[in-house]
Unconditional design. Structure first.
Length: 265
């Protein structure tokens, strides 16, 4: 398993949070930027405000992703962990990519809800793609290990294509992300059924539950069924917080993997 480093992730989080708060006080207008596709009146429930941060609650709630990602990046392995049978623990690059992608989700979404610009939308969705595609490829490596070059090439190539797709056809971003989540769940189910690895399945179940609740809240907020625009209680902010929790649980789940009880395929 892993333990969070005691200092630098928290110091980094405090500095990022302070910078975000100071940025919110800046005299900035996004009027000259290309607006997000949700503009002018379909950008979730929270009221759009003038200034540097258009939707403060939705923006600052993304700091949950930043904190989770920093804790993953600053994590350390506990003595006695069987690292050789667990790629997430034996190959540090995997945990670093997972942590960095989680941080980028938070920063990209913060920028999106601050600016409600097309550029912000691109960074917001791209962060989610970076984590989702990593999870797809990582699950594939649990079946058949890939060389670092192949993994990196596939990861970079897929995300370059997805980044281009976000520009030329932004309307498909949600179906593509939903499809990637289904692929991740299908691969994990296949691994469990065929290889029966020894893992903390409670982490995976809790992650799925957290994501399912988050998605339900997202739907209620996005459709306006539960909506108080001026309130500090925003459903979309809860989507961010629960999504960050799900990411942390999935990472803990991957770190818990031990040798398979049955290896026949």
């Amino acid at each position: 398993m892993w333990q969070p480093a005691p200092r630098w992730p928290w110091i980094a989080f405090a500095l990022i949070t302070l910078a975000a708060m100071v940025f919110g006080l800046a005299d900035i207008s996004w009027a000259g930027w290309r607006p997000a596709t949700c503009m002018p009146d379909d950008c979730f429930c929270e009221a759009v405000r003038p200034g540097a941060i258009a939707q403060p609650v939705n923006a600052y709630s993304n700091l949950a992703f930043v904190l989770v990602g920093l804790l993953i990046l600053g994590g350390r392995r506990s003595p006695g962990t069987n690292q050789g049978t667990n790629s997430m623990l034996s190959r540090p690059v995997y945990s670093r990519v997972f942590g960095a992608a989680t941080v980028l989700i938070g920063l990209g979404s913060l920028f999106y809800h601050a600016s409600l610009s097309f550029a912000g939308q691109w960074f917001d969705v791209m962060g989610m793609y970076l984590l989702a595609t990593f999870m797809v490829l990582y699950n594939l490596t649990r079946f058949k290990p890939l060389s670092g070059l192949v993994f990196a090439g596939a990861y970079a190539g897929i995300n370059i294509l997805l980044g281009i797709l976000l520009i030329v056809a932004p309307e498909v971003r949600r179906p593509v992300f939903a499809g990637s989540i289904l692929v991740i769940i299908a691969l994990e189910t296949w691994i469990i059924a065929r290889r029966r690895p020894q893992m903390r399945y409670s982490y995976f179940g809790a992650a799925l539950l957290s994501f399912a609740v988050a998605y339900g809240i997202w739907l209620l907020d996005n459709t306006g069924l539960v909506c108080t625009p001026e309130s500090v209680w925003q459903g979309h902010a809860l989507w961010h917080i629960l999504g960050a929790m799900a990411a942390g649980l999935i990472y803990a789940y991957y770190c818990s993997e031990q040798p398979a009880a049955r290896t026949d395929l």
